[in-house]
Design a protein around this ligand. Structure first.
Ligand SMILES: [Zn+2]
Length: 528
């Protein structure tokens, strides 16, 4: 919150790293710097992380993947409509403006921005688009280190793995082999001046929110105003809380849970989860198009789903992260270094199934296909999604539909490719899989016909998983409500506060999901 202190330090905290980047003289220097930036979680060129082994989800393997773009995803670099072209122009202008704030002359800044855009466009070209990435099979390529070296001869990955202090391994997954080829092409063929500009840009952009107001405002102007249509920044205290959630989420989450989440809420949620899992078991049995053999496997998978509610059993230990009240910038980088190290050391080790992929205050939920579990952070187990004061119908319509949604993800176009243990293993009879794809087309076409904003059509193939989960979720929650009412001998048409039981259900659903968004936000990005 000490904005005067941040202004007074100016760009001093950036300088040591910018100086290092300026001194890159060869491919080895480039490699060292990319490894350093990755240790600070600065997104440059590619990503290196642990991945549950597709053949044995109990173990983590090493994974290389595409990354390094400033715009949200590949298609932003190539769409030819007027608005997309305007976004690209504004992005290049934004890069130039940021370099100007750092002290470059306008001509120099414009040249740097052009170089950055050329590299990012090259990386985007070699990337897979978001729709192709929905098929997990398209991201699986097991390579030896020798095969990787042959693919990417001008970027010495063996040396990179040493620099990022990766544990030993012999084989790894390369999600997008063509992308790694392109990284090598850049390392060999692009001018070092351009590569230095690109790395400086990635570092500057990643750091913008910790810098003085001029940088922060310019960053918001593009990523907030242009890309999402936001008119004003959130109050600073909210941004500081969000940053703390990003960096020290389980320390903040521990306090959050103490204050907001009781044992009663956890038990009521768990009861509802069990009811909805029961509804799904009944629903699977009733399917007319699925053979008994596939149904049996589906039930095995459903029975194996682990339910995680509220917060982790064991809290993360941040005691090695040095936090200094006078060093906002340094805190951010030290917390990032902690996280990047925590991730890297998972490679070649057993997967920790108790770990959470979202922090406790998060208002969201997820299904993890590689662990076959559903996860509901404490943040979503509060109004408008759940309340001990609300009637059952409203809770079923809100959090019940979310529970059903996450559960359905285990059986959507992506989730169905994983087995009960989280391995990427086909458990479907061929004819059932064919029928599934055929029936899914119905959703692809239905949603592909929706246009929330003039000129923007939904991509029904990209959003298939979410649409299947939304439809499945509300259906399972509604069936659970009906069963619950039957057990209590309550008739659906009974009115409470002027609304029938099922009206309350759908009002609960609508209230959980109504929110403000601007047209600019309509891009084909996924949520959980
Ligand atoms: Zn979802």
């Amino acid at each position: 919150m000490n904005e005067a202190g941040i202004e007074a330090r100016g760009t001093t905290p950036l300088q040591p790293e910018l100086d290092r980047i300026a001194q890159i003289k060869d491919q080895r220097g480039l490699l060292n710097e990319v490894a350093r930036l990755h240790k600070f979680q600065v997104d440059a060129f590619f990503g290196f992380s642990p991945l549950p082994d597709p053949q044995n989800a109990a173990m983590n393997i090493a994974n290389l993947d595409q990354a390094g773009l400033g715009l949200p995803e590949k298609d932003f670099y190539f769409r030819t409509d007027k608005k997309s072209e305007e976004i690209r122009q504004k992005y290049v202008a934004h890069i130039a403006k940021m370099f100007t704030l750092l002290g470059a002359t306008p001509a120099d800044a414009a040249q740097k921005a052009t170089a950055v855009m050329a590299i990012e466009t090259g990386l985007a070209k070699a990337s897979l688009d978001v729709t192709a990435r929905r098929d997990p099979q398209s991201l699986i390529h097991s390579l030896s280190k020798q095969e990787l070296a042959a693919l990417s001869p001008h970027f010495n990955f063996d040396e990179y793995f040493v620099q990022v202090q990766s544990p030993e391994f012999s084989k790894l997954n390369v999600a997008v082999p063509d992308f790694m080829k392109q990284v090598s092409v850049f390392a060999a063929g692009q001018s070092l001046a351009d590569l230095r500009d690109y790395l400086s840009w990635r570092y500057l952009s990643a750091s913008a929110r910790m810098l003085p107001k001029a940088f922060f405002d310019e960053n918001f102007d593009f990523f907030g105003r242009t890309l999402t249509g936001a008119l004003e920044q959130k109050p600073r205290w909210k941004r500081c809380v969000a940053r703390t959630d990003d960096e020290l989420g389980e320390a903040l989450g521990r306090k959050f849970v103490e204050k907001t989440f009781g044992a009663e809420g956890k038990q009521r949620t768990l009861d509802m989860v069990h009811e909805i899992e029961h509804e799904m078991a009944v629903d699977i049995e009733a399917l007319t198009w699925m053979s008994p053999a596939t149904k049996k496997e589906a039930q095995v998978k459903l029975q194996a789903v682990a339910n995680k509610i509220g917060y982790p059993d064991q809290w993360r230990d941040y005691s090695t992260v040095k936090i200094d009240a006078g060093d906002f910038f340094g805190n951010w980088y030290r917390a990032n270094e902690f996280e990047s190290h925590r991730q890297t050391v998972k490679i070649a080790k057993a997967v920790d199934r108790n770990e959470w992929g979202m922090t406790p205050p998060t208002v969201n939920a997820y299904y993890d296909p590689t662990q076959n579990n559903i996860n509901f952070p404490a943040g979503i187990l509060q109004p408008p999604f759940f309340s001990n004061q609300s009637g059952d119908p409203a809770n079923y319509g809100a959090i019940g539909a979310v529970i059903g949604h996450e559960l359905t993800h285990g059986f959507d176009d992506e989730g169905r490719q994983y087995d009960a243990k989280g391995n990427l293993k086909d458990w479907w009879q061929k004819s059932d899989a064919d029928e599934f794809v055929k029936l899914s087309e119905c959703f692809v076409n239905e949603y592909g016909g929706f246009s929330p904003v003039t000129g923007v059509e939904l991509n029904g193939k990209l959003t298939l998983g979410e649409n299947a989960a939304d439809n499945g979720g509300i259906r399972l929650a509604y069936l659970a409500l009906l069963d619950d009412l039957t057990k209590k001998s309550v008739v659906v048409s009974t009115k409470v506060d002027g609304y029938t039981e099922d009206q309350q259900f759908f009002l609960g659903f609508a209230q959980a999901w109504c929110e403000n968004q601007r047209p600019e936000v309509c891009t084909p990005l996924c949520s959980d």
